[in-house]
Ligand binder design. Structure first.
Ligand code: F3S
Length: 283
């Protein structure tokens, strides 16, 4: 049986880095360790970390009550205010913000200091967008629809600096920027979209087109895994959506030689490997 696992299956670079950071802090024996928000949208990972003593801070008020320990910032990043608070409270800050997101924070900080009106093309209230907003020291507006772009007016005729949420759809971003370009404002556009999602989808499509059976692993409520499933199904009718190894035995899984495997952005490598091994041995 030939089994191919997509190279881009599972965690993107930024999420992997953040999850690894938490395990490194545990290994260093740091105590107590907190993450500001769940490190990833994956129950198994969050439960495993909880079993190792990692606690999740769910709000700013909760943070204010903590008096000692290490606080890890997840890949989405946070507003500058939160970093300042962690330091002011005498806690150790470990910043696992994805470097691509951190870059947006820096741009927003600098452009804002120049006096520009910041426009974030993204979806509110996504935590990444909340974080980006929190690095502006002046006017900042989040825009996700054409209507919002059309009705936007910069404060006091200020210059406009546009950035994007890393996971925003590129075509939609282009259309929105087009609307801004037609207005006679002074604008600067920085395309800060990350291509990790697109790469994963492109690779899944290509792989699904060359195999007899395709397995897509991911959380039931994960929209990016659902999207991967739809893409693969278009190319390969024997495509199965599974959450863990257990589902594999309950699915009418039929294999005809070549099997392809991909996984959503929050699927840990461990699960991908388990499925891969199981398929090789059992079928
Ligand atoms: Fe992942 Fe960072 Fe891109 S978290 S999706 S690599 S912006």
């Amino acid at each position: 049986m030939e089994v191919t696992v997509a190279k881009s299956a599972g965690f993107c670079f930024g999420v992997k880095r953040a999850v690894d950071t938490v395990y490194e802090q545990i290994e260093k024996g740091q105590k107590p360790v907190y993450t500001y928000g769940p490190i990833i949208h994956n129950e198994q990972v969050v439960e495993d970390l909880a079993a190792r003593g990692v606690q999740v801070i769910r709000s700013e008020e909760e943070l204010e009550r903590i008096t000692e320990g290490t606080v890890i910032i997840r890949s989405h990043g946070v507003p500058r205010r939160i970093c300042d608070k962690i330091k002011a409270q005498g806690l150790t800050l470990v910043d696992a913000t994805c470097p691509f997101v951190r870059k947006i924070h820096r741009i927003v900080e600098q452009e804002s200091e120049k006096g520009n009106h910041i426009v974030i093309i993204g979806s509110e209230p996504h935590p990444e967008v909340e974080g980006i907003k929190g690095w502006a020291s002046g006017p900042v507006t989040v825009i996700s629809t054409e209507e919002e772009a059309r009705s936007f007016v910069p404060e006091n005729g200020k210059k406009v600096s546009i950035v994007a949420q890393t996971t925003f759809n590129y075509n939609k971003f282009k259309d929105l920027v087009e609307i801004f370009s037609k207005k006679s404002y002074d604008i600067s556009v920085l395309n800060t979209i990350c291509n990790a999602t697109e790469e994963r989808q492109t690779e899944a499509r290509t792989l699904a087109g060359t195999v007899d059976t395709m397995l897509v692993i991911g959380g039931r409520h994960s929209s990016n895994t659902q999207k991967l499933y739809e893409i693969c199904k278009e190319e390969c009718k024997n495509t199965y959506f599974i959450e863990t190894l257990v589902d594999l035995d309950t699915k009418p899984f039929q294999s005809f030689g070549r099997v392809g495997i991909t996984a959503g952005a929050s699927t840990p490598n461990k699960i991908i490997e388990e499925v891969q091994k199981h398929v090789r041995i059992k079928f």
